[in-house]
Design a protein around this ligand. Structure first.
Ligand SMILES: [Zn+2]
Ligand SMILES: [Zn+2]
Length: 259
């Protein structure tokens, strides 16, 4: 095992994932309250102060809700772009030393090599992450409206992919959201639907890809079985064997996954 990962929770109610490898232990997004983050980490056997970094994709509340308090309380530095740091309105002192992340400039935390890549979404500067350690590669991209070349490049050839599958287009169109919100979600800087996520997964996955974790599922406009079926059909329609596919939930952590 080179890398192991657990999704602590994912969806518009909060996103956080813990990833370990090469002696590093990293929280990817901190979209629950500090207290809830600590509780979920404890539930999967991690003591909050043993984290080395909190890595942030963008400033929307469902990704940063507890970040500043958690960082200060447990003395864990926040890593994000300077645009995200400013947009989040954080205080440099309280949020510990802010470590600047730049898209396409690799950096290391312990034995983990990390590269951020730009993602099309309606925040100041959203990024996804590719994390590598001992020959294993994990890709993480939630909150994206479409899949440009940078996204496909960032996610290519991963052993494990964490990918947004936000909504079923028909459920969203027929659902209760106001029209303006529907258009935002469907737009090129909104969120990824099941079919587009399936196409992206098939396109970037290689024979080395063992697992796709579907994340940020809408509780109103999606169902786990629909998201998983779309992803599986995407592979099968192309005559390929699908990797394992796991839908991440909002209310409780996933199992630990290892690659
Ligand atoms: Zn967002
Ligand atoms: Zn989000």
């Amino acid at each position: 095992m080179a890398i192991r990962l657990v999704v602590l929770g994912s969806g518009s109610g909060g996103n956080a994932t813990c990833i370990e490898g090469g002696g590093a232990r990293i929280l990817l997004d901190a979209g629950f309250s500090s207290r809830e983050l600590s509780a979920r980490l404890s539930a999967v056997g991690i003591e909050p102060h043993r984290l080395d970094a909190v890595l942030i994709t963008h400033e929307h509340a469902d990704h940063i809700r507890g970040a500043e308090l958690f960082s200060g309380r447990h003395r864990v530095p926040i890593y994000c772009t300077s645009e995200t740091f400013r947009a989040a309105g954080w205080d440099g002192e309280r949020a510990r030393a802010h470590v600047r992340v730049q898209a396409d400039v690799p950096f290391e935390i312990g034995g983990m090599s990390i590269t951020a890549f730009p993602v099309p979404h309606d925040a100041m500067h959203t990024v996804g992450f590719a994390l590598e350690c001992d020959g294993a590669r994990v890709g993480y991209a939630t909150d994206l409206g479409h899949c440009g070349g940078a996204v496909r490049e960032g996610l290519r050839g991963c052993d494990l992919l964490v990918l947004e599958a936000n909504h079923d287009v028909e459920m969203l169109r027929a659902g209760p959201y106001p029209e303006v919100v529907k258009q935002r979600v469907l737009g090129r800087f909104g969120h990824l639907d099941n079919e587009t996520a399936a196409d992206l997964a098939r396109e970037v996955a290689t024979d080395a890809t063992r697992l796709v974790v579907l994340a940020h599922l809408s509780r109103t406009n999606n169902r786990p079985d629909l998201a998983v079926r779309a992803a599986r059909l995407g592979f099968e329609a192309a005559g390929r064997r699908a990797p394992a596919i796991h839908p991440a939930g909002q209310s409780a952590p996933s199992p630990w996954f290892e690659v």
